[in-house]
Design a protein around this ligand. Structure first.
Ligand SMILES: Nc1ncnc2c1ncn2[C@@H]1O[C@H](COP(=O)(O)OP(=O)(O)OP(=O)(O)O)[C@@H](O)[C@H]1O
Length: 340
C-alpha cells in the first residue's frame, strides 16, 4: 500500500489510505446472467494500489454491470470480486467501507446545498463529529468546491456537479474508487480538471477503475486498460501493448513537384505501386494516395522510413500527410463494434 500523502488543491495533505489485506481490486472469473443475456462472461483482472485502470467497451458490453458487482450493488451469478481482499459476496459491508462508487447518473436533490450534500454522505458512511467536519472540509478543498459550500446543488454547472459527485465518492477516504463514465458530458476544461483530480487520487495510492467512451481521455490517464465486449475481456494491457497487437492500415497522401518533361506524380505512383508495404495506390487531383501497413506503435518510424526511401529514389516530395489509428480506431478494431 502506498504511503503517499494525498494533497488537496491547496497543497494541504489529506488522509492516507488504510492498510489492505489483498489487491485493492480483483475480479475473479465473474459471470452475470440476466435471463439469456450473459452480461459479464468470465471476467478477471486485478488493479494495483495507485493504478488508474480504464474499462472500455461499447454500449451494453457489461462495464456498468461489473462495476455494480464490485461495488456490492449487484451480485455475480458465478465467480467473486474482492476489494482489499474482502469478498463482495461474503463481506459486502467491509467492501463498502473501502470503496467509493461514482455512478454515471448524478441524482440531484431540491433545496440541498453543497455542504449539506457532503454532510449527508459523510454521515451515511458513519463519520462523526470532528472526523466528519474534517472529511467535508478536505473533500471541498480537494474538489475546489469550498467556495460553493452554500450553493444549492441544483444550480451547479455539470462540471461542478461531477466534482461534487467525485467528492461524495471520496468522502470516507476509500482505498478503491469506481468511476462510471465520469467524463461524460463535460466540457474540455472540466474534463482536464477531472483528469487532474483522478491523477492526484491515484498518486495518493488509491486504486481507480474508470469506464469511459472517451477513449483518448483514458489513454492519457490510465496506466492500463481492459477492453470488454459482449461481456468478455478481449484485451488487457497498457495502451501501447494493446496498440502493438493491432497492425494498422495508414492512409497516406503525397504531393510531388511536377517536372516539365515528365509527370512527377505518375512516377511517384509507379514507384509506390512496386513497394512491398504499400497498397491501393491511386493518382488523384490532390496527389497520390495509398495505404501502408505498420504496427500501430511503430507507425511514425514506418512512415519516416518510407518518406526517406521516396526522397532517396529521386521523388521530389513537397507534402506527405497521413491518417492513422487513434485509440478509438484501435478500440473499434479490437471490438469489431459488436454489442449485445
Ligand atoms: N437489470 C438488468 N436486467 C436485464 N438486463 C440487463 C440489466 N442490466 C444490464 N442488462 C444487460 O446487460 C448487458 C450489459 O449492460 P451494461 O449496462 O453492463 O453495459 P455497459 O457496458 O455498461 O453499457 P453502457 O456503456 O451503455 O452503459 C446489456 O445487454 C444490458 O441490456
Amino acid at each position: 500500500m502506498s504511503t503517499t500523502v494525498l494533497t488537496a488543491a491547496s497543497g494541504r495533505p489529506l488522509r492516507v489510505p488504510k492498510a489492505s489485506s489483498g489487491p485493492p481490486i480483483e475480479l475473479r472469473r465473474v459471470h452475470r446472467w440476466f435471463g439469456d443475456t450473459h452480461a459479464v462472461n468470465d471476467v478477471s483482472f486485478i488493479v494495483e494500489p495507485g493504478e488508474v485502470f480504464g474499462y472500455i467497451g461499447p454500449n451494453g458490453a457489461g462495464k456498468t454491470t461489473s462495476m455494480r458487482i464490485l461495488s456490492t450493488l449487484d451480485e455475480p451469478s458465478a465467480g467473486d470480486a474482492f476489494v482489499d481482499g474482502f469478498s463482495v459476496i461474503d463481506d459486502p459491508d467491509r467492501v463498502r467501507s473501502r470503496l467509493g462508487f461514482m455512478p454515471d447518473y448524478f441524482g440531484t436533490y431540491q433545496n440541498v446545498n453543497v455542504w449539506e450534500y457532503l454532510d449527508f454522505f459523510a454521515r451515511a458512511y458513519g463519520l462523526r463529529g470532528d472526523e466528519r467536519r474534517r472529511a467535508i472540509a478536505e473533500t471541498m478543498d480537494f474538489t475546489g468546491l469550498d467556495v460553493l459550500a452554500r450553493k444549492p446543488i441544483d444550480g451547479l454547472s455539470k462540471g461542478m456537479k461531477q466534482r461534487l459527485c467525485l467528492g461524495r465518492t471520496m468522502i470516507h477516504d476509500p482505498s478503491v474508487m469506481v468511476l462510471d463514465e465520469p467524463a461524460a458530458g463535460l466540457d474540455p476544461r472540466a474534463r482536464i480538471e477531472l483528469r487532474e483530480m483522478i491523477s492526484r487520487l491515484a498518486e495518493a495510492g488509491k486504486a481507480i477503475l474508470i469506464s469511459s467512451h472517451i477513449l483518448t481521455e483514458l489513454a492519457e490517464i490510465c496506466d492500463r486498460v481492459a477492453i470488454i465486449e459482449h461481456g468478455q475481456l478481449v484485451a488487457v494491457g497498457t495502451v501501447d501493448e494493446i496498440s502493438r497487437c493491432v497492425e494498422e492500415e495508414i492512409n497516406v497522401r503525397v504531393r510531388v513537384v511536377e517536372r516539365e518533361s515528365t509527370s512527377g506524380q505518375e512516377a511517384a505512383a509507379t514507384w509506390l505501386a512496386k513497394h512491398e508495404h504499400v497498397d491501393r495506390v491511386a493518382s488523384t487531383k490532390d496527389g497520390v494516395t495509398f495505404t501502408v501497413m505498420a504496427e500501430a506503435t511503430h507507425r511514425d518510424e514506418s512512415l519516416a522510413r518510407l518518406l526517406a526511401e521516396m526522397v532517396g529514389a529521386g521523388i521530389a516530395v513537397v507534402e506527405f500527410t497521413s491518417r492513422g489509428k487513434s485509440l478509438e480506431d484501435v478500440f473499434l478494431h479490437v471490438t469489431k463494434g459488436r454489442v449485445q
